[in-house]
Design a protein around this ligand. Structure first.
Ligand code: HEM
Length: 409
């Protein structure tokens, strides 16, 4: 991209979708508090991004955006935002509702609680790799990165295996809503998926209420039954959020991370030689090619960011993927350095909405990636190139074909 091009934040351009980092660099250097043609502010510096995520004057609630009035003129969006049965999840509300909702589910996702799942995750990973070990080729997305987190989150919720395919379709359609612009047909499919998923969950909740088990869903139902902590609509929204997050994020960490390692043989060799690197390697893979590229906030008051005046109701996009390549925070930011320390990336966000699932995602990736490299020695990129997912907020791969030698018989 030449410097004479008009500088604009358009994550949908094919070359930006493929590799957004050159555009992020230009924005950070030339216009770090960028006013996009769509009327949003776009932040690309680490310090600005973190400050906004931590600022109580910045709301996560889309109803606080001035754009919401504009969007409401569309009947579908109005239905999406105001439908009574759809109480927003914790991701889209501010305190005190946010604090109440997050506290209810927090203990299931603490590092200690997640650590108890480790043996099960190891068994799932070993089983998935065993299935493909004799084949000499696999798709890292289909065969490992996707089924692992889905199995874990569905087991936590007690969703029967037979229903996983339906979940996959609903979840795929729903995450389109996270993108800054959604085509009319994708919006329609997302609204249908939302109805389907909510209906399914209400049935699952009714069944679990009649026959409680020890799973996370039962624990949340108990929280709903005891007083006014959690309403039925909130319970359904909580389940949608956790199940969709469980389906759509960790898959991208494992796939983007594997691709990063396959493209950097030295880094890969160092990880294989020294398993003690796994923890810092996962952090670096999160930073280097972040699964969630941006999030947004809405100003609750007039304020100033980097010399620009942001007015109440305006939307600020925090580009996590750009903050994670900011040389002011990360020396030599475009280098994949598995030993990088400190590594204060914002791949999981920051402030009160910091990713609830971070310990789970870290644990799953720290088991899956080394197991993949260790169990299938000689793994390399296949003849077919990796295919990118078409979402922009979520950055990931639709397929990552690889090959590997099979043991001679
Ligand atoms: C590598 C995988 C993951 C990444 C990169 C990721 C990233 C993020 C980010 C950036 C946020 C903050 C959004 C914001 O501030 O607007 C977030 C929030 C959240 N994530 Fe994750 N996530 C991942 C995995 C998971 C998993 C596995 C779960 C649960 C099963 C999960 C559940 C949540 C929830 C519930 C929130 C909202 C927290 C709140 O609003 O307080 N995430 N995640």
């Amino acid at each position: 991209m030449s410097t004479s091009d008009t500088l604009a934040f358009n994550p949908f351009l094919p070359e930006v979708h493929e590799d957004p980092y050159p555009l992020y660099r230009r924005l950070r250097e030339e216009d770090p508090v960028h006013r996009s043609p769509l009327g949003m502010w776009v932040l690309t510096r680490h310090a600005d991004v973190l400050a906004v995520l931590r600022d109580p004057r910045m709301s996560r609630d889309p109803r606080r955006s001035e754009r919401v009035e504009m969007l409401r003129s569309s009947a579908e969006v109005d239905a999406l935002l105001s439908s009574e049965e759809a109480a927003p999840s914790m991701l889209f509300v501010d305190p005190p509702d946010h604090t109440r909702l997050r506290t209810l589910v927090n203990k299931a996702f603490t590092p200690a609680a997640v650590e108890r799942l480790r043996p099960r995750v190891e068994v799932i990973v070993a089983g998935l790799l065993e299935r493909v070990a004799g084949a000499g080729a696999m798709d890292v997305v289909e065969d490992l990165a996707y089924p692992l987190p889905v199995t874990v989150i569905c087991e936590m919720f007690g969703v029967p295996d037979a229903d996983w395919d339906r979940f996959r379709a609903w979840s795929r359609a729903l995450v389109r809503l996270l993108d800054p612009l959604v085509a009319a047909d994708a919006l329609e499919r997302a609204l249908e998926a939302r109805l389907g998923l909510r209906g399914y969950l209400r049935e699952l909740i009714a069944e679990r209420r009649a026959h409680p088990t020890g799973d996370l869903l039962t624990a949340l139902i108990v929280a709903e039954d005891h007083g006014h902590q959690l309403g039925e609509a909130e319970l359904v929204s909580m389940c949608v959020l956790l199940l969709v997050a469980g389906h759509e994020t960790t898959v991208n960490l494992i796939a983007n991370g594997t691709l990063g390692l396959l493209r950097h043989p030295e880094a890969r060799a160092s990880l294989q030689a020294d398993p003690a690197l796994t923890g810092s390697a996962v952090e670096e893979l999160l930073r280097y090619d972040s699964p969630v590229q941006f999030t947004s906030r809405h100003a609750l008051a007039d304020l100033e960011i980097g010399g620009s005046r942001v007015r109440v109701g305006e939307t600020v996009v925090a580009v996590l993927g750009a903050a994670n390549r900011d040389p002011a925070q990360f020396p030599d930011p475009d280098r994949l350095d598995l030993t990088r320390k400190p590594n204060r990336h914002v791949a999981f966000g920051g402030g009160i909405h910091f990713c609830l699932g971070a310990p789970l995602a870290r644990m799953e990736a720290s088991i899956a990636i080394p197991a993949l490299l260790g169990r299938l020695p000689g793994l390399e990129l296949g003849p077919e190139p990796p295919v990118r997912r078409d979402t922009v907020t979520l950055r990931g791969l639709a397929s990552l074909p690889v090959t590997f030698p099979t043991p001679s018989r």
